[in-house]
Design a protein around this ligand. Structure first.
Ligand code: ADP
Length: 667
């Protein structure tokens, strides 16, 4: 089977193919060659270079690749060609099974006006609406039940919708919406609907086979949206009464039966404050949020899709569906909630998924990589399943805190703020929740950051910074790193940058650190006058456990592309950098001239500011022989063994570089 998609959904589909012993063929555009979906597939085939039209949206190319690979079937995932009826037909014409419904069902439901009419004809409730040319709609301007919503017939992804509050705005909004519809969807046809205030978005997952069996897998509530796009979905809906739940699910099944639908699909409804529901649209494909249903029902929806596409009877009857507990999905995006959710494609320098019971992650990545600006910036989906909504929230809270995605911006802190927000917890949500709570959520993100002691961040950063080669198991190429930095009274300055504040300023604070002792396994220092002790308790490369002033913490540190460091603590990322250094040349390697126990060189070019010994002195291990100031940092040159001072080559004030021997000892 060829998977005509990329990212997390391609990975997700391939995992079911593996389970079913079906060979998988991934396809990729040039910039995706190293992507996870290519790595996990049995084979990966290129779609070449260029825009989406030349790659993931190129029907002919994908069909050719499928035939060339000897595929029998194509799974389109979501987005891209998944709701393209021409693609489904092209598959059929080439004897390839399209894992999805018939082209006719896709055409019907892909056109919001036709879908609406079909619903009306079949007694499925819809909100009041008006279809017609711009002139026909404008002729009714005075009589419309404001507020109304202008929608594009071919619309999707929440794009091109306009709320019109009164008749005076109608003309300009119609013109703009129609123009946008033409631009985004290649079809300027629009229509208007009554705008339901404070609605909820509730949808029903359905499965239908070619043998007349149609079942539902219950509903999902997706009212937490930003820009009409879902970011948190849950199942069951915490809103519906049992009676309404049954009614909405049966209505969805009814619609599918009336249209002879087959394969998986989602029937979307808008639900008003009195739990009246109205058909919005049907998505004729697997949806982003399908895992919440899978976690509750234990059903692999992709497996059922394949079974149905093969013409088999689906594996379940309505009576056999048992939904357990509560599941919540959070969509993890590389985007900036503080800047109108602007996509923030960038390098991911550290990626670590939370490991705990009840957590499923459908991810597009499994290692540091970069998020391309050519595609949707969704990184992954976190799905948490608990016995009750309360426990699912609790698991989500903990998992978000342990989810480390070090990059420029992610929405993880924003999602954490929602999960902690009383109105979310108490299900006081409607589709404008994010908008209404914007200030509150921004404040809570700021408070979360304020609550983290930056001194802890600084101590963790320094411990890592000095020991990173050891921690990351890299070749250690100088004796200082070999023995650890046994130096005393080193003064360093560390700047901690906080993320942008609500008024869009980047805040930073500088911490003065006096390091008393650093070894591979410990750091003793004072930060702004307060004592800090960091002890390594578990060495795991970029992810280490340490005990900081008696409290165990994990440290996750990565180097950013601009040579700063990103430190993760208590679920948040902080950018740190040494400001006592001129640049990043703090690599104490002087490869040709290795130090040994008896010859001491400077770790870097600098100036001798103190010589503590003279020829003939006896020294013991750890004694400071001399002090070299380099990069605005005092470096204590210490005896690594008990010995006698054989020769002192330098005096105070001498400039030295890494080649100069400073002091020689003899045994
Ligand atoms: P798209 O296909 O672009 O996703 P939908 O019709 O599915 O558009 O609607 C997306 C979202 O827009 C819904 O989840 C809801 O938040 C909002 N919406 C759509 N129709 C209405 C309406 N009539 N009244 C209020 N909100 C609506």
């Amino acid at each position: 089977m060829l998977v005509a998609n990329r990212g997390e959904i391609a990975v997700r589909i391939i995992s079911t193919l593996k389970k079913l012993s079906i060979n998988s063929v991934a396809v990729y555009s040039d910039d995706d060659a190293d992507s996870m979906h290519c790595r996990v597939a049995d084979e990966a085939r290129p779609l070449g270079y260029g825009s989406l039209k030349d790659t993931y949206l190129n029907i002919q190319k994908i069909i050719d690749v499928a035939l060339d690979a000897g595929a029998d079937a194509i799974h389109p995932g979501y987005g891209f060609l998944s709701e393209n009826a021409d693609f489904a037909e092209a598959c059929k014409a080439n004897n390839l099974i399209f894992v999805g419904p018939d082209a006719e069902a896709m055409r019907l439901m892909g056109d919001k006006i036709r879908a609406r009419q079909f619903a009306i004809d079949n007694d499925i409730p819809v909100v009041w609406g008006l279809v017609g040319s711009l002139e026909e709609i404008e002729a009714q301007a005075a009589a419309l039940p404001y507020p109304v919503l202008i929608k594009a017939s071919a619309g999707g992804g929440g794009k091109g919708m306009h709320i019109v509050e009164d008749a005076s705005q109608l003309h300009s909004s119609l013109v703009q919406a129609s123009r946008e519809a033409e631009r985004y969807f290649g079809n300027g046809q629009i229509f208007i609907e009554q705008y339901i205030r404070n609605p909820r978005h509730i949808e029903v997952q359905v499965l239908a086979d070619h043998h007349g069996n149609v079942i539902h897998l219950y509903e999902r509530e997706c009212s937490v949206q930003r820009r009409y796009q879902k970011i948190i979905e849950e199942s069951p809906s915490p809103t519906l009464t049992e009676e309404r739940r049954l009614a909405i699910c049966e209505t969805a099944v009814d619609l599918c039966k009336k249209m002879n639908y087959n394969n998986a699909g989602t029937v979307e409804f808008i639900v008003d404050e009195n739990q009246n529901f109205y058909f919005l649209e049907m998505n004729t494909r697997i949806q982003v949020e399908h895992p919440v249903t899978e976690q509750r029902t234990g059903i692999d929806i992709v497996e059922e899709q394949i079974r149905i596409a093969r013409g088999k009877v689906m594996g379940y009857t309505q009576d056999s569906i048992v939904a357990n507990g509560h599941a919540i999905e959070c969509r993890i995006y590389a985007e900036d909630p503080e800047n109108n959710f602007m996509p923030a494609p960038a390098d991911i320098t550290l990626y670590h998924e939370p490991k705990m019971r009840g957590v499923r992650i459908d991810s597009s990545i499994d290692r540091p990589t970069s998020i391309s600006d050519s595609y949707d910036p969704m990184i992954s989906k976190l799905i948490c399943h608990g016995k009750t909504r309360e426990s699912a929230i609790e698991i989500t809270r903990n998992a978000l805190k342990d989810y480390i995605v070090q990059t420029d911006k992610t929405n993880i802190p924003y999602l954490r703020s929602i999960i902690d927000n009383d109105d979310f917890i108490n299900n006081k949500i409607d589709t404008s929740y994010c908008e209404k709570h914007q200030d509150e959520l921004m404040r809570s993100m700021l408070n979360m950051r304020d609550d983290v002691k930056k001194e802890d961040v600084v101590a963790l950063f320094l411990f890592y910074d000095f020991n990173k080669k050891y921690l990351e198991n890299k070749a250690i190429d100088n004796v200082w790193e070999e023995v650890g930095y046994w130096r005393y009274n080193m003064n360093v300055d560390v700047e901690v940058l906080s993320q942008r504040t609500t008024d869009n300023r980047q805040q930073s604070s500088v911490f003065h650190v006096q390091i008393e002792r650093i070894t591979r396994k410990s750091l003793h220092c004072t930060i702004n006058g307060q004592d800090y002790e960091v002890l390594l308790s578990q060495n795991g490369g970029k992810i280490n456990k340490v005990i900081i002033n008696g409290m165990t913490e994990s440290i996750f540190v990565s180097e950013t592309s601009d040579n700063n460091y990103c430190v993760h603590l208590k679920g948040l990322d902080f950018i740190c950098r040494r400001t006592d250094e001129l640049n990043d040349s703090r690599d104490y390697s002087y490869k040709e001239d290795k130090n040994n126990d008896l010859e001491y060189r400077s770790p870097m070019p600098g100036k001798v500011i103190k010589v503590n010994v003279k020829e003939g002195d006896d020294v013991k291990e750890g004694d400071v022989l001399c002090v070299v100031e380099a990069m605005k940092m005092e470096n204590n040159i210490k005896a690594m063994t008990a010995a006698k001072v054989a020769k002192v080559f330098v005096g105070e004030g001498d400039k030295v570089d890494v080649k100069n021997i400073l002091i020689e000892l003899s045994l």
